[in-house]
Design a binder for this molecule. Structure first.
Ligand SMILES: Cc1cc2nc3c(=O)[nH]c(=O)nc-3n(C[C@H](O)[C@H](O)[C@H](O)COP(=O)(O)OP(=O)(O)OC[C@H]3O[C@@H](n4cnc5c(N)ncnc54)[C@H](O)[C@@H]3O)c2cc1C
Length: 396
């Protein structure tokens, strides 16, 4: 096949690239996926897709495929005040969808290939040349240059594609680490995802059942602690500190065994305001590496795949279509990340200023929990304005 025979090349074959490549192949586009890994392995990565992202998976025709192959419905979310059933309390009427990340990646990449995309694995993109006919340079033993009508760079956290193409990257530092590990034999209910803050210590925990007796356990903590949780030799400390944050975990973890790496991440955000230029679209984490504490990354990736598919399908002018995608991306990223900032102030920050804000806000929230904006589960279409903010902080 001559190299210019592609409509679209994706850099990467993760959730964003594979979901998008499959969708465009189904619409007749000639798509090439370039993925550097020959086999996906367990990494500490997103494994809980919140209801608004599950609705995106459904729009892309991926929901039943994922459920049949590797995914699980988790209907309840426990935030520390009793379980909430998202099937009856979100506009989408859907549960959270969970999976082992690497199993989801294999499922979606195979689905893209079945839909007609060409998949090349073990191929690392080493450069992108933007322009009217954008190109990638790959190295699989020899240098190769491949062109397409549109490049979609979905190369994940730290994406070098942003630099190659000359995008301006915005950064918001956060004062927390997020540690995660894969466990089995956790004694918590398998139909409940946990996401509990402890503002007194600036801590937060997450617990996501992903099926086959496995749970992904998370613990978020301030950078001022004198440890960085890295390596399974620190598992006891991970368990102790998690239980200090949320006491029921002591019982849940009593017989738990570690079955994957323990790693921790800086949760600072990186994003590009307008993730399109010169024939190159950024998608997924490459467009916005959001704070993983709030579990929006998989939903952003699926939203990106669906919106770009719709824009390219509706508009034969792909430059205009990609610019519309980028504008929509700016809005949905902005909505979710603004609300996350409010949460960080009220629920995570252990400072005396935030404690004073909590003194005012928490009794009102206890009386009326609808004061808490629900964007994290229900999505960026909910309003974000001064009134929503003021209700949350108990100012009105
Ligand atoms: C600790 C942690 C916990 C998280 N928890 C959640 C959660 O609960 N819920 C949630 O929604 N999100 C969560 N996220 C975020 C979520 O994992 C990401 O948003 C999501 O995986 C992004 O998908 P992606 O396809 O954009 O990137 P990736 O999944 O990183 O995929 C990028 C792909 O590109 C390939 N690649 C990279 N460079 C090249 C190259 N040069 N050439 C070829 N291939 C290349 C990589 O091998 C990879 O397969 C979490 C993230 C972290 C770090």
């Amino acid at each position: 096949m001559p190299p210019q025979a592609y409509d679209i090349i994706t850099v990467g074959g993760g959730i964003a690239a594979a979901a998008f490549a499959r969708a465009m192949s189904q619409r007749g586009a000639r798509v090439l996926i370039l993925e550097k890994e020959t086999r996906f392995r367990d990494r500490v990565r997103g494994e809980g897709t919140v209801p608004w992202g599950v609705a995106e998976a459904r729009e892309l025709g991926l929901l039943e495929l994922l459920r049949a192959d590797c995914a699980h419905n988790v209907p309840f979310v426990e935030g520390g005040m009793g379980p909430r059933d998202t099937r009856s309390t979100t506009p989408q009427g859907l549960p959270t969808l969970t999976f082992a990340h690497q199993e989801m990646q294999e499922t979606l990449l195979a689905a893209a290939e079945n839909a007609g995309a060409q998949v090349r694995r073990g191929v690392t993109v080493e450069q992108i040349e933007p322009g009217a006919t954008p190109a990638v340079v790959v190295n699989g033993g020899k240098c190769e240059r491949i062109t397409a009508r549109l490049l979609v760079a979905a190369d994940g956290r730290g994406a070098p594609s942003r630099k190659w193409v000359g995008f301006t990257v915005a950064e918001q530092m956060h004062d927390y680490y997020m540690a995660g590990v894969l466990l089995c034999d956790v004694a918590s209910p398998p139909d409940t995802m946990y996401f509990v803050f402890n503002p007194q210590f600036g801590m937060c925990i997450g617990l996501i059942p992903i099926g086959k007796n496995r749970q992904r356990a998370y613990y978020m903590y301030p950078k001022t602690m004198e440890y960085r949780l890295q390596g399974t030799q620190m598992l006891d400390l991970f368990f102790r500190e998690s239980a200090r944050c949320y006491a029921p975990l002591a019982g849940y973890y009593a017989a738990a065994k570690c079955i994957g790496p323990l790693a921790s991440f800086d949760v600072s955000e990186l994003w590009v305001e307008h993730p399109y230029r010169d024939g190159v679209v950024l998608m997924g984490d490459a467009a916005c590496t959001s704070d993983p504490t709030y579990g929006q990354g998989l939903s952003f990736a699926l939203r990106g795949a669906r919106v770009l598919r719709d824009e390219l399908t509706a508009n034969p002018d792909w430059t205009a279509a990609a610019n519309r995608y980028a504008e929509k991306h700016r809005r949905w990223r902005g909505a979710c990340c603004t609300v996350e900032g409010w949460f960080r102030t009220l629920f995570q920050d252990p400072s005396s200023q935030s404690a004073a804000l909590r003194e005012k806000a928490m009794p009102l929230i206890a009386e009326d929990p609808t004061r808490v904006p629900d964007h994290i589960l229900s999505g960026p279409e909910l309003p974000v304005n001064d009134e929503v903010r003021a209700r949350f902080f108990g100012e009105c």
